[in-house]
Design a protein around this ligand. Structure first.
Ligand code: RUQ
Ligand code: CUA
Length: 765
């Protein structure tokens, strides 16, 4: 703990000296020596130089990767591959208080299935909101495969705002994919089931089990999915897989592939060959080509049926209105990826060594001429492969997903699962350009802004399923391996391996960092999950505890370094509701709130109001405290909830003080405070004599320091008032509080001063 701000100054100087001594020792060894000592090659150094982001530096791209079974989203930077955040989505996450405060519990509750809490998610495909086919940096969507759901994350604060449950599916994989103006978020089923929530025997699979694609209407103004305006298209019980939205000439259409169009149902215990045998016997499966614009019109015209309260366009209606076609695609396909210009779709078959390039133009010509090779068992017209194909290229064994290079080029990259490599090829001409081995076994791959109409190229990330022996061993459950590849040159170059230890990151999307403009604080008293002023917002000085029979409701505040109230008295059996507002305006001054014995844990960012609700079901003493190391007096940011037994009567007599203070104690403290104020004044003089207003970081620190100094002034007044009454006990305690605020002021001021010095601020006076 700091004794005075002066000490803090000398401490800071000492740290600075220590650092410079260490760095000179480090710079004594030459680059050659470091290479030799660490066994690095020239190539390693080049790769390091391409990925290294010096201290304080920022990344050029921000990646949002699926967190797989963790039900979260992983955020990291490129090229540094530094992990920045895990966004809690489908799963409770204590650091963010997600699933602990009432506000976020309400979001998780939206994701209940038939009234049951689902506290995990199997996230697969994140997608950014788009405007004219460009990532606009406003929202991120992600799906849950296990329980068909889509989540909406607001990139203003990186928080999950909404979860919608698919009303007809029981399994999905092909979400989330967005249309070019985020009109819809696409979600395609995977394992066919009856759309109704009823039992249907497997013997009726062909007739009663169904696939589907849901088009979730996104309300850009509200930043929420509008379930009432969303609809689905009924599909055959083929296992629909990934999807992609058309753009440019193919705008208004979407593409979804499928596997197991054999409609095979396994059943080892019934003596049947397993699913995998029957689902891979045909040479081709079907690409579903759907006109969602037409679908939208049909719904408006009342041509949809209602299933489980949701609008569904039947296959019959879809076919009659020329909005649904099938095109054969290579065996067990996985990805379908539309080219940035919207003219081509690339599909690869996992059990084939080719990537197939389809021409949207050809598909439309065949559809318009009604040139079909037949119909599937559900009456959906099938366009012959030869009438839809542009090129077919041998890219390697087990091709999965394709990403497009810079806009205007014909270069693409396809992940090759079985061969564990990336194939770079030209889809206009149909020839392979380069191949690079990656570690085992690549699933998706991702290029910068790769799903937009103007991809940037530059970097590619291989999202590998297995790490095996790549990293230090951590037991039988291994991390995944994201490999960063430089694709700016003719040949691909591997730069970096990053272990991702959270779940299987199936897919990821990367956006230019400068497109993201997240806030640093909430408007005061904010419910961040509904994006509105919390009715429980509490201002400084308005803290209160409201008691009604059987219930105690606390309206409290948090600010360095105290929780107001510090004592909460309740009676055994009471329902306790604690609303806490973080009064801080300073960047990164989050306070936490945890309490013994009740699963109470909040994260309250500057401006936020969060609520804990629980039953005080046993008498006892329950300490609570702030969980974020927010200041030097953080450990003192504490309090007690006293749960009194029913019928308890308070005893006579006041608190017994641990220490009795004298006038001398008071005078000594005042002297310290006066000295501290001198230090603050000198720091203030330094700051104001420089062009600090040119540095937003410093402006924020100065604002914060000014706040703290205001609190110091109030405490000073209370201290002086007590001293005037010769109440040395209170005079001393308030003098100490006055000093606490000064220390916080000095801390901010010194941070601002250091920042100005390090950033060569100019003297103005
Ligand atoms: S997955 S490895 Cu998109 Cu779920 Cu392909
Ligand atoms: Cu607030 Cu520690």
């Amino acid at each position: 703990m700091f004794k005075s701000a002066k000490k803090m100054l000398s401490l800071a100087a000492g740290v600075a000296i220590g650092l410079s001594a260490a760095s000179s020792a480090w710079s004594a060894s030459s680059l050659e020596e470091v290479m030799k000592e660490r066994g690095l090659t020239q190539k390693d150094l080049l790769a390091a130089a391409k990925t290294y982001v010096p201290t304080g530096g920022r990344d050029e791209y921000i990646v949002f990767a699926s967190g797989g079974q963790s039900g979260q989203v992983i955020v990291y930077g490129i090229p540094s591959m530094r992990i920045l955040k895990y966004i809690a989505v489908f799963t409770p996450e204590p650091w963010q208080g997600y699933g602990f405060d009432e506000e976020s519990k309400a979001v998780l509750a939206m994701g209940r299935i038939h009234g049951k809490d689902i506290t995990f998610g199997d996230t697969h495909h994140p997608a950014f909101s788009e405007a004219d086919g460009e990532y606009d940096g406003k929202y991120l969507f992600i799906n849950d495969k296990a329980n068909p759901r889509i989540a909406v994350i607001d990139l203003h604060d990186f928080e999950t705002k909404q979860i919608v449950v698919n009303p007809i599916m029981k399994s999905e994989h092909g979400g989330a994919f967005v249309t070019p103006n985020t009109e819809y978020v696409i979600e395609a089923a995977q394992y066919a089931t009856p759309h109704e929530n009823i039992f249907v025997p497997l013997e009726e699979f062909n007739d009663k089990y169904r696939g589907a694609i849901t088009y979730w209407k996104f309300d850009k103004k509200k930043g929420r999915i509008d379930e009432s305006q969303s609809f689905s298209v009924e599909l055959p019980p083929y296992s629909q897989d990934l999807s992609d939205a058309g753009k440019g000439p193919s705008y208004g259409w979407s593409f979804t592939n499928s596997f197991c169009s054999e409609r095979y149902v396994g059943g080892i215990e019934r003596g049947r060959p397993p699913f995998e045998a029957g689902c891979s016997s045909k040479d081709t499966d079907y690409l579903h080509v759907v006109n969602w614009k037409k679908g939208e019109e049909l719904v408006k015209a009342g041509k949809a049926e209602t299933v489980n309260g949701h609008k569904v366009i039947s296959m019959k209606t879809a076919v009659a209105n020329n909005m649904l076609y099938l095109v054969p695609e290579p065996k067990s396909p996985h990805g379908v990826d539309v080219s940035p210009d919207g003219k081509f779709m690339i599909v690869s078959g996992k059990l084939d060594s080719h990537a197939w390039v389809y021409s949207f133009d050809k598909i439309m010509k065949a559809a318009e001429a009604k040139k079909f090779e037949g119909k599937d068992p559900y009456g959906i017209p099938i366009i012959a492969m030869k009438d839809a194909l542009h090129k077919q290229v041998n890219v390697g064994i087990g091709p999965l997903h394709t990403q497009y290079d810079k806009a205007g080029s014909c270069t693409v990259y396809t992940s090759i699962y079985v061969d564990s490599m990336v194939t770079k090829w030209d889809y206009c001409e149909g020839k392979v350009l380069d191949q690079m081995p990656v570690h085992y076994n690549i699933g998706h791959l991702m290029a910068m802004e790769g799903d937009s109409v103007s991809p940037d190229g530059k970097y590619l990330v291989a999202l590998n399923k297995l790490a095996i022996d790549r990293f230090n061993p951590v037991g039988p459950l291994h991390p995944q391996n994201h490999q960063l590849i430089d694709i700016s040159g003719k040949k691909m170059q591997l730069l970096y391996d990053m272990p991702l230890p959270l779940g299987e990151p199936h897919y990821a999307v990367a956006i230019r960092a400068d497109k993201l403009k997240p806030g640093v604080r909430y408007k005061s008293g904010w419910n961040s999950r509904t994006d509105s002023r919390s009715p429980f917002k509490t201002r400084a000085g308005r803290e209160k505890t409201v008691r009604t029979p059987g219930k105690v409701e606390v309206f409290g505040t948090l600010i360095r370094s105290h929780i107001n109230p510090e004592i909460i008295e309740v009676t055994e059996g009471d329902e306790v509701i604690i609303h806490l507002t973080n009064l801080e305006r300073a960047q990164d001054e989050t306070h936490g709130f945890a309490m013994y014995g009740g699963n109470v844990n909040l994260s309250v960012e500057p401006g936020k109001t969060a609520t804990a609700k629980f039953q005080a079901d046993r008498a006892g003493v329950f300490p609570y405290y702030c969980t974020e190391f927010c200041s030097a007096l953080h450990l003192e940011m504490q309090g007690y909830m006293l749960v009194q037994p029913k019928g308890y009567k308070a005893k006579e007599g006041g608190m017994v003080e641990g220490v009795k203070y004298t006038e001398a104690d008071y005078n000594k403290q005042v002297k310290t405070n006066v000295d501290t104020q001198a230090v603050i004044n000198s720091v203030v003089a330094f700051i104001t004599s420089h062009n600090y207003k040119d540095f937003p970081t410093v402006v924020a620190l100065v604002e914060d320091a000014t706040d703290q100094l205001g609190f110091a002034e109030e405490a000073k007044k209370k201290s002086e008032a007590a001293a005037a009454k010769k109440d040395w006990q209170n005079a001393m305690l308030w003098a100490n509080q006055w000093w606490q605020y000064q220390v916080k002021t000095a801390d901010m001021g010194l941070r601002a001063k250091t920042f100005l010095e390090q950033n060569n601020a100019k003297k103005i006076k």
